[in-house]
Design a protein around this ligand. Structure first.
Ligand code: MRU
Length: 342
């Protein structure tokens, strides 16, 4: 396959490499993702993360496996294993549906390679389109709060919510970005803070528990977040902590926008209640382990509740900014996200 490089994926000499997002920002390690098991393990450990990027990495691996001579039956097994690697993010399933169609082609090797590369190219374009649709919503001098990481690290392009913020800053409209650290795995503190700093965008890191006071103090003009799945009624699953920001935004009269590509939309999922939410290991809450070492602060056998995502009801969302443009609450109420009938 041709050489390819995004912020956090690359293909060199027909091998897939991923930038280890658990080690960032202290270390910039590229890890091989040469087998189904290796990639699934990277996805579980959030070394590969972000809904769009997970779908792209799985599609590229399948294409490479096909080129390396894996049989159609083994490719099918690999596809099903990868599909189950992360239950909440629907981009993975949507991308693999397209790879499944390619696998049915007579010349499935060519079809899989073509489809995987197309998905990467499309994702880049989707990010650009989201940014174009979102920046008109940013008012001059905005101080924007964001959550988790939705930038170039999580996509093949400029990102989703962070892409809008970045382009808004390039247009001189964003004065400041508040970065929520995003407990428990700190994607905001480690990744978004790093991406914004690399781009020279003025930002300040806060713990998640500081958001309410900041809003009460009149220091937040808008909130922009990404999504792992958008249900047919407009409910949005995203990184845990998103829902509390939406509730706070409503109380303080602050607009709350969700930015995502159409590959995050699940028309067959009626509402947020139907979105599977991944429960993760207790150790993520009782301590940390990373490039900075291991620290345990909670009692050894304390029981832990650790859902990786929460659901923000559509009623709290000011607008859904997709690659196709801004979708308003009125359009969502009229059923724009419901299954389309021919
Ligand atoms: O668990 P993560 O770090 O993959 O969670 C990521 C998010 O919640 C993002 O907002 C979402 O996947 C969109 S990334 C463009």
């Amino acid at each position: 396959m041709q050489t390819l490089q995004t912020t956090s994926l690359k293909i060199i000499d027909n091998q897939l490499w991923i930038l280890d997002q658990q080690a960032l920002p202290q270390q910039k390690n590229w890890l091989s993702a040469g087998s189904t098991d290796a990639l699934v393990s990277h996805i579980h450990a959030l070394r590969v993360r972000g809904a769009p990027l997970i779908g792209l990495s799985a599609s590229l691996l399948l294409a490479l496996q096909a080129e390396q001579g894996m049989s159609r039956a083994d490719l099918q097994d690999s596809l099903l294993t990868l599909r189950a690697a992360r239950p909440t993010a629907v981009n993975l399933m949507n991308n693999l549906d397209r790879m499944q169609e390619a696998l049915a082609a007579e010349d499935y090797v060519t079809a899989l390679v073509r489809e995987a590369l197309r998905l990467v190219d499309e994702d880049r374009q989707l990010c650009d389109n989201i940014a174009q649709a979102g920046t008109p919503l940013i008012t001059a001098g905005s101080r924007i709060l964001t959550h988790c990481n939705t930038g170039g690290l999580a996509t093949a392009g400029v990102g989703t919510a962070l892409g809008v913020i970045t382009r808004g800053w390039q247009q001189g409209k964003v004065a400041h970005v508040w970065v929520g650290e995003t407990r428990p795995l700190l994607q905001g503190g480690r990744l978004t803070a790093w991406e914004l700093s690399e781009s020279g965008i003025p930002c300040q890191l806060i713990t998640d528990s500081m958001a309410a006071a900041l809003m009460a103090d009149g220091q937040v003009d808008a909130i922009w977040v990404g999504a792992d799945r958008i249900a047919a009624n407009g409910d949005v699953a995203n990184k845990i902590g998103t829902y509390s920001l939406a509730v706070l935004a409503r109380y303080h009269g602050i607009p709350f926008y969700v930015a995502a590509p159409h590959t995050t939309l699940d028309r067959h999922c009626p509402s947020g209640k139907d979105i599977p939410i991944e429960q993760r290991a207790a150790a993520e809450v009782t301590g940390v382990a990373g490039s900075f070492g291991a620290v345990q602060w909670a009692p050894e056998n304390i029981r832990v509740h650790n859902p990786a995502f929460d659901v923000t009801p559509a009623a709290l969302i000011s607008g859904w900014v997709l690659d196709t443009g801004l979708i308003t609450p009125e359009q969502v109420a009229e059923g724009i996200f419901r299954p389309q009938t021919a």
